[in-house]
Design a protein around this ligand. Structure first.
Ligand code: SAM
Length: 361
């Protein structure tokens, strides 16, 4: 999309004889910047088409290591080999310690890089650092005890396992011709936070699907154990997990893993499950074909044409948007099956993508 399509028609304005010299110069300057942004977009589109990973594992690992060590400066080698440096602390935090901010890794979806380029003239960077507050205003601390969590999980898991969605998922995975040995879940949410009403009081019958989504992980683990004769490695990554969540999940055979280490675990022997995550999981997974998973269970990946019709607003914002690499991955290497709808998965269409045997490396 041309920059001029997003902004005002500067050519038409420049043709107006009523413009003062000052305004004419300002507009010419804007036009130059638009042309520069357009060049940047063409450059990143070309880079994108080459398949060069936007989120290289080595860069993720290196950034995670620097964050863990508390390095005062965090450096990230960019997509086009420029090196970007970030401060560990947000500049204002050195003076004002009331609010705690910490650096976290941030993945920019390709669509957003294009928009940033056109609208703000920023140099596009897919992997960067942003700052997260550990004490967001107004988010109440969960109060459910570990016993309440375990009881709720048991109840909701057994209800979900009887749904048409669970039956279809089971049969799809049982029919897989590959034998995955690992499950990696992303952004399935915090069970204990889901037991709170917005005002912070406890919800004794939470309807949100966070319990069901983790129950799906447990069910997949059982299926893989039956198929392989050996229990799979089961990992889930969500920065929202509390200590009680970790204990609950562990008691159900799920190990929690810190962001971004889960992404480094995904490979041909893995089943990945993710539902409406706040990070572009599908783009991260599709980024490097050497690590495409054995199966992917996620929100349905529509064709670009279908999506354009569904979301007419050009600036519609998604945290886990699809893109050409995601679509190419599933078209080239996966069979897919739509699961019966379930409110527990946001009521959104969820599909199982299973790797075709002839598409394995
Ligand atoms: C919109 S919620 C969806 C939760 C749940 N899947 C559901 O359907 O209700 C998005 C989730 O993504 C999680 N998330 C944010 N950053 C993440 C990261 N780096 N890795 C994995 N999950 C992340 C959030 O903590 C949150 O639980």
């Amino acid at each position: 999309m041309a920059a001029g399509n997003l902004l005002v028609d500067n050519d038409a304005i420049l043709e107006s004889s009523k413009l003062t010299t000052k305004h004419r110069k300002a507009l010419e300057h804007v036009k130059c910047r638009e042309a520069e942004a357009q060049k940047q977009v063409e450059r990143i589109r070309k880079l994108y088409a080459t398949g060069k990973p936007m989120y290289p594992r080595s860069a993720m690992l290196d950034a995670a290591r620097q964050i863990k060590l508390g390095s005062p400066k965090i450096t990230i080698r960019g997509w086009d080999d420029d090196v970007q440096e970030y401060e560990y602390l947000m500049p204002h935090e050195r003076k004002d310690s009331r609010q705690r901010w910490r650096p976290i890794l941030y993945w920019e979806p390709f669509q957003n890089m294009v928009k940033e380029c056109l609208l703000m003239g920023h140099t596009p960077r897919p992997l960067k650092i942003c700052y997260h507050s550990d004490s967001p205003h107004g988010t109440p601390e969960p109060t459910a005890t570990i016993e309440e969590l375990k009881e709720t999980f048991k109840m909701r898991a057994s209800a979900w396992r009887e749904t048409a969605m669970a039956h279809k998922l089971r049969s799809q995975l049982q029919a897989m011709s590959t034998l995955p040995t690992k499950i990696v879940g992303f952004g399935l949410g915090s069970p204990s936070h889901s037991m709170l009403y917005d005002d912070g009081t406890k919800d004794d019958a939470p309807v949100c699907g966070i319990f069901a989504q983790h129950a799906a992980v447990v069910m997949i683990a059982e299926i893989l154990k039956q198929k392989n004769g050996k229990a799979p490695v089961v990992l889930c990554q969500d920065p929202a997990y509390t200590e009680n969540d970790k204990e609950l999940l562990e008691s159900n055979g799920i190990m929690t893993i810190e962001s971004p280490m889960g992404f480094l675990e995904v490979d041909q022997s893995s089943v990945v499950i993710t539902v409406s995550p706040n990070v572009p999981v599908k783009q991260i997974i599709a980024d490097d074909r050497d690590f495409w998973p054995a199966a992917l269970i996620c929100n349905k990946i529509y064709s670009a044409e279908h999506e354009a019709k569904m979301y007419k607003r050009r600036d519609a914002y998604f945290t886990d948007p699809n893109g050409d690499r995601v679509r190419n991955m599933v078209q080239e290497a996966y069979s897919h099956c739509l699961l019966p709808s379930s409110n527990e998965f946001g009521g959104l269409p969820i599909e199982v993508y299973t790797r075709k045997v002839n598409a394995l490396i």
